[in-house]
Design a protein around this ligand. Structure first.
Ligand code: TYM
Length: 358
């Protein structure tokens, strides 16, 4: 597929507390790397957070914490855009239009909704069900072409492409008539699309970081066990304790990646080492193949402390001055609004609303 919409990166993190190593290695670390090559927009998605209950004081604290984590990890909020979602109304506006583009059947297939709603679906918020439409809006309100995320967001990004494609098809004549289209090839067909078909940026050894207590379960903010995850604000003692207690198996590490098959905990810890040291699993196994966990775990702990502790220190320093964080967010929001409002005005005109440019 060829498209000529300029490349732009967008991604978001929910301010729901317990920001963990999976969030950092699967997403935030990639956000940092993409700054070198792309214009980037990074968002603290507070509208998404309230799809399940959030205590208001905690929510405000968590919004500042994620912002601090972005900056402490190396995101440049001057050069790129960092803001919280609720300050840019265009996200919610476009999400409404997407509520009318996406089909019930598409959303019903979302595994994240099924997991989060659990057995009591009747009692889940409507927002939790339509969550992926808001996520599509976050991305497409900037016509973003690339979205770095962990593996668990893949299905949502496929839905984002489906929404973009349906919108482009449904309104193709109008888009062409208004001269707002960009020629793009979808399969063999040449269409005039308004929205890009966004590419997910997923991969590397930490695309899916698993729980330290159960290598078959994703590391998550909501796991009842604190021992299941390293959180970004853990101190050296806590990190040491969590890795010491991390589940393993009785065998030594294999010397080839294939030997990790059927050994989810070993695979996860080797993947963490690889991601933290910016190599791949085969190189880690070259060094540690044949080692017992009693040798590997301390090495992993030392590496994790070396990488995480300075970020945690900077986060703490930044969080001591909430006004400074709030200033970053409001400046970012102003810049984000400029782009997003232009896209919403285009979309309103495409849809046929009157007064779109008023
Ligand atoms: P959230 O807040 O759950 O997670 C933030 C990012 O961390 C990644 N992640 C993981 N990566 C590897 N291993 C794990 N165990 C792990 N757990 C989480 C997530 O994949 C994500 O990249 N729906 C999104 C937020 C969102 C968004 C967006 C993302 C809203 N709008 C637009 C991209 C673009 C979410 O709940 O992420």
């Amino acid at each position: 597929m060829s498209q000529t919409i300029p490349e732009r990166v967008f991604s978001g993190v929910q301010p729901t507390g317990n920001l963990h190593l999976g969030n950092y290695l699967g997403a935030i670390k990639k956000f940092v790397a993409l700054q070198e090559s792309h214009d980037c927009i990074y968002c603290v998605v507070d509208l998404h957070a309230i799809t399940v209950w959030q205590d208001p004081d905690e929510l405000a604290r968590n919004i500042r914490e994620v912002t601090a984590a972005f900056i402490a990890s190396g995101i440049d909020a001057e050069k790129h855009i960092v803001f919280n979602q609720s300050q840019v109304a265009a996200h919610a506006e476009l999400a409404w239009i997407f509520n009318c583009v996406a089909r019930m059947g598409w959303l019903s297939r979302m595994t994240q909704f099924k997991e989060k709603a659990g057995k009591n679906r009747e009692n889940a918020s409507v927002g939790l069900f339509s969550y992926p439409n808001l996520m599509a809006s976050d991305i497409l309100v900037y016509r973003a072409t690339h979205v770095p995320v962990g593996e668990d967001q893949k299905q949502h990004l496929e839905l984002t492409r489906d929404i973009a494609q349906k919108f482009n098809n449904d309104y193709s004549d109008r888009i062409a008539q208004l001269g707002l289209g960009v020629p793009m090839a979808v399969g063999d067909e040449a269409v005039n699309g308004y929205f890009p078909l966004t590419e997910p940026v997923i991969g590397g050894p930490a695309a899916r970081v698993m729980s330290l207590r159960d290598g078959t379960k994703k590391m998550s903010k909501s796991d009842p066990s604190d021992l299941s995850r390293i959180v970004m604000t853990d101190d050296a003692d806590t990190i040491t304790k969590k890795f010491r207690k991390a589940k393993t198996d009785p065998d030594a590490l294999p010397s080839e990646v294939e030997g990790l098959q059927g050994r989810p905990e070993a695979d996860n810890l080797v993947g963490l080492y690889a991601a933290l040291s910016e190599t791949d699993k085969s190189l880690v196994l070259k060094e540690f193949g044949g080692s017992e966990f009693s040798r590997f775990k301390p090495a992993l702990t030392e590496l994790a402390v070396e990488k995480i502790a300075p970020i945690a220190d900077t986060m703490r320093r930044l969080q001591a001055d909430p006004a400074e964080i709030d200033a970053v967010l409001s400046k970012g929001a102003e810049r984000a609004r400029e782009i997003a409002n232009g896209v919403v005005a285009d979309v309103k005109e495409i849809v046929g609303f009157v007064g779109a440019r008023g």
